[in-house]
Design a protein around this ligand. Structure first.
Ligand SMILES: [Zn+2]
Length: 315
């Protein structure tokens, strides 16, 4: 028997939890979803992410290694809202009926989440916009993590009813830790309420709203559209007039234009990965926000002091 199990493990066919149950194989598109699946499922799940945390989740190359992961999955969890336009062909190629759209093993984590910037009326792809169904970066509001964890727990219970109590306990422990951390983050960010910032891509409306920052403009004129010289000039003008001193950007874009704009406006470029594992020390979902809050608070303190001393000179 031991020999058979060893062979099965070697083949990657079955992985066992410490409770002796076969682990559910969960594939997530992003590391944020993987972190939440692991927090809820603990050792009854074996989770893998298709996209590493340092990569832009909008643009992913459909490599055979990704198809291989999907072939073995019992559950697929995606961000949805068309963030993963690259995913449907991979699902087709994987030929795994468990995870196709509509199957019990296919979870769209945007379900039940309040999505920001949902367009009214018809969507128009011709404008090159990649946020066609609303802003897909909703995992960047830590409170949305609660809804994602609830959907994940539901899916895990559906596929592994024997583990229902285990998943429910995992979800509750995650929510408790999240709520405690939320109080800490809100306290740290409270002094900066109403501060205007610029972001490169429109990844941060959820995070900004939760912590009271105001996104006043973007380096990209539209999500997915690179900045034109005219757009850069108007951004510089806007930042000078509004004394906006923070440009928040994702690590997977070129920092050439943000650095140039920062030089001309006296702003600081803050590079933060929007996903778990993209920056060192951010292996869990809560670690991600610890990192964001620490880095943003430090930058807001530095630039805030400068703006205040400039204002007193002007008076
Ligand atoms: Zn986006």
């Amino acid at each position: 028997m031991k020999k058979i199990i060893a062979v099965l493990i070697a083949l990657g066919a079955v992985v066992w939890s410490s409770e002796g149950a076969a682990k559910l194989r969960v594939v997530t598109t992003t590391t944020d979803l993987k972190a939440i699946v692991e927090a809820v499922g603990k050792d009854r799940v074996e989770a893998a992410s298709l996209v590493p945390g340092y990569q832009n989740p909008h643009s992913v190359e459909g490599k055979p290694s990704l198809i291989l992961k999907l072939q073995k999955a019992d559950l697929l969890v995606k961000v949805g809202l068309d963030l993963e336009t690259w995913l449907p062909p991979l699902i087709d190629n994987a030929r795994n009926p468990k995870i196709v759209q509509g199957a019990p093993g296919h979870l769209d984590a945007s379900q039940g989440v309040e999505i920001l910037e949902v367009p009214k009326g018809l969507v128009d792809r011709s404008l090159g916009d990649i946020h066609l169904y609303g802003n897909p970066h909703y995992w960047l509001d830590p409170l949305n993590g609660k809804q994602i964890a609830a959907s994940v727990a539901e899916a895990l219970k559906r596929l592994d009813p024997a583990g229902a109590a285990h998943y429910e306990a995992g979800r509750q422990a995650f929510v408790q830790r999240l709520e405690a951390a939320m109080k800490r983050w809100e306290r740290l960010m409270a002094p900066f309420r109403g501060t205007k910032i610029i972001t490169y891509h429109n990844s941060w409306p959820n995070l900004s709203r939760r912590f009271g920052l105001e996104v006043a403009g973007y380096v990209e004129p539209k999500p997915g559209i690179p900045p034109s010289p005219a757009h850069v000039r108007s951004l510089i003008r806007q930042m000078k007039e509004g004394r906006i001193r923070i440009i928040l950007m994702e690590p997977y874009f070129s920092d050439k234009i943000p650095r140039q704009v920062a030089r001309e406006t006296g702003a600081e470029v803050v590079v933060l990965s929007p996903s778990v594992g993209g920056d060192p020390g951010t292996e869990g979902y809560l670690d991600l926000f610890d990192h964001h809050v620490t880095r943003l608070k430090a930058a807001l303190e530095r630039t805030g002091k400068e703006v205040r001393s400039q204002e007193s000179k002007d008076e």
